[in-house]
Design a protein around this ligand. Structure first.
Ligand code: IPD
Length: 278
């Protein structure tokens, strides 16, 4: 039987390449920066233009499909996952990197049907690395198969996380304490690319062994989630339970042993859900 979603994936890859070109061109010009929820939550005209480009192109071809896009949600659109085919879009994952021309900037698209992720596309557009995965068909970078490191021993691992200022002092303290806890296991090191989607792809291709984060969004995770699992990695909730795309929390790792160890070591804090409080 032919794959009903392959045409969508092919179109998604093409429009993601266009989006990448737009982002690279914007990097050659002055970048006007605006603030969203806080002085460290940034947005640019390029985030908005790229999201419009992607959504209008997909809507022309697949008019019945639904969308959850970072900038549309910021402008008041709902962030509710339904059974309808849904494109979950982060037009620039790594906006702060983009603003600083720090070279990890990605376009991330995850496509769900009946709330299951069918495929993921993450284009790290300055590196020109196109990561793709179709459920059940493996993960690829620029067309070549990728797989996780397979590392089982956390003391031999490179761990990624998200680093950023938090207004809530308790949350901020917990994030820093968690970094200290993981570092003192000890692991080989903690890094962050500044793009959640790139972090997930770094685990998928074996350049890092784990990534954990609380407080990100479904558009940061949807593309990378299936890329990691199709590359042989594991994905779970920060508590060690089942991953929930709308929960704003995740651990991905090269092995269950490492993911479960991270879940055991870190302290949680409440982050809300994408489908209740945006
Ligand atoms: C951000 C990046 C970053 C993560 C932030 C996200 P954005 O996404 O993924 O790595 O630490 O929490 O908000 O805002 O650049 O799309």
């Amino acid at each position: 039987m032919s794959d009903p979603w392959q045409e969508c994936m092919d179109h998604g890859v093409e429009i993601t390449k266009e989006a990448g070109k737009m982002i690279r061109a914007a990097l050659q010009k002055d970048i006007a920066v605006m603030q969203k929820s806080s002085p460290v939550d940034l947005v640019t005209e390029t985030d908005q233009k790229v999201e419009q480009l992607i959504i209008s192109s997909i809507r022309d071809k697949f008019p019945t499909h639904s969308f959850i896009g970072e900038e549309s949600v910021a402008a008041g659109a709902p962030s509710i996952l339904t059974d309808n085919p849904t494109w979950i879009i982060d037009p620039i994952d790594g906006t702060t990197n983009f603003v600083h021309r720090f070279p990890f900037v990605s376009v991330s698209i995850g496509f769900t049907v009946k709330k299951e992720i069918e495929f993921g596309i993450v284009y790290s557009c300055i590196e020109d690395k196109m990561y793709t995965a179709r459920k059940g068909k493996g993960a690829f970078c620029n067309g070549a198969p990728i797989k996780v490191s397979g590392q089982q021993d956390i003391s031999q691992s490179m761990v990624l996380t998200g680093m950023g200022f938090k207004k809530d002092p308790e949350q901020f303290k917990t994030i820093l304490a968690n970094v200290k806890t993981i570092l003192t296991i000890p692991v080989h090191g903690i890094r962050s690319s500044g793009s959640a989607a790139v972090n997930m792809c770094l685990v998928a291709c074996g350049s890092a062994d784990a990534y954990y984060h609380m407080g990100i969004h479904c558009w940061d995770m949807a593309g990378g989630a299936v890329i990691v699992t199709e590359a042989g990695g594991v994905i779970m909730d920060i508590s060690g339970g089942a991953f929930d795309l709308m929960s704003r929390r995740l651990i991905v790792a090269s092995s269950r042993a490492i993911a479960e160890r991270i879940a055991k070591e870190i302290t949680e804090f409440p982050v809300g859900r994408d489908d209740t409080d945006g």
